[in-house]
Write a protein that binds this ligand. Structure first.
Ligand SMILES: Nc1ncnc2c1ncn2[C@@H]1O[C@H](COP(=O)(O)OP(=O)(O)OP(=O)(O)O)[C@@H](O)[C@H]1O
Length: 230
């Protein structure tokens, strides 16, 4: 797919097949097009050309497939006056017959804060609500945009554990992240976008092998620098 905003070409013929049962990390410099790619998959942004297929069928101008995707945005925006309880109930109300996975609500002890208003939450607590909502309907695909940014280390561990648990059930998890140590912990494959094009899409083991580096951060830096160490 390709996408331009005005004169700015944000995605340049990105073509990739992502298969279930994996955690795939989308990395790349600021402005490389990671969020735009995720939003295209979600149907929140329409590509100018190309197609997106979910389970082999084009999703363009369709929306039913979206019920199978859970999304955690980089920054969740919620009505400031609504309480956590009301946000969760409202979302559950929209999807009455969907299966429910409220594990993160429990692990993050959100019920103890149910009467707090969204506008009064700390950044990290808001992130916990976003994470709980992304997993709430037991979706087959999860798209998580910098999910641990703002979470305390304990909350981040809980989320990483949840990601790995859902992967084992055969789900596909896409994570954008700038934190290579975290990518190394949870991801199987790394898709690197630079200037709206795929620079490489490889398993972590292959990236390390090719670069002869043991740390992913050094290996990725080398790959992005044309094979030369920085
Ligand atoms: N709605 C929009 N209108 C105009 N330009 C946009 C819009 N959304 C994104 N862009 C531009 O598209 C480019 C890619 O943005 P995108 O958010 O996809 O990058 P990213 O790789 O996710 O970056 P980051 O690592 O900083 O989160 C940027 O130059 C951004 O300014």
């Amino acid at each position: 797919m390709s996408k331009t905003y005005g004169k700015l070409q944000v995605l340049r013929g990105v073509s990739v097949e992502l298969t279930k049962g994996k955690v795939i990390s989308i990395i790349g410099p600021n402005g490389a097009g990671k969020t735009t790619m995720s939003k295209c998959i979600l149907g929140m942004v329409l590509p100018d050309s190309g197609d997106i297929k979910f389970k082999g069928e084009s999703v363009l101008n369709r929306h039913a497939y979206r019920s199978q995707i859970g999304y955690m945005p980089q920054i969740g925006r919620y009505p400031e006056n609504m309480k956590i309880r009301q946000v969760i109930e409202m979302v559950r109300d929209i999807r009455k017959n969907a299966p429910i996975d409220d594990e993160l609500i429990g692990l993050y002890r959100l019920e103890e804060m149910y009467d707090k208003r969204m506008g009064a939450l700390s950044g990290g607590t808001k992130q916990k609500v976003s994470a709980a909502l992304a997993f709430l309907f037991d979706p087959q695909v999860l798209i998580l945009d910098e999910p641990t940014a703002g979470l305390d280390p304990f909350a981040a561990e809980i989320l990483k554990g949840k990601i790995l648990k859902e992967k084992k059930k055969g789900k596909l998890v896409l994570i954008t992240s700038h934190v290579m140590s975290e990518v190394e912990e949870v991801a199987d494959e790394v898709l690197c976008l630079v200037d709206g094009a795929i620079m490489f899409y490889e398993t972590i083991a292959d990236i390390k092998n090719q670069t002869q580096e043991t740390r992913l951060s050094r290996a990725v830096a080398k790959m992005m620098n044309g094979g030369t160490a920085l």
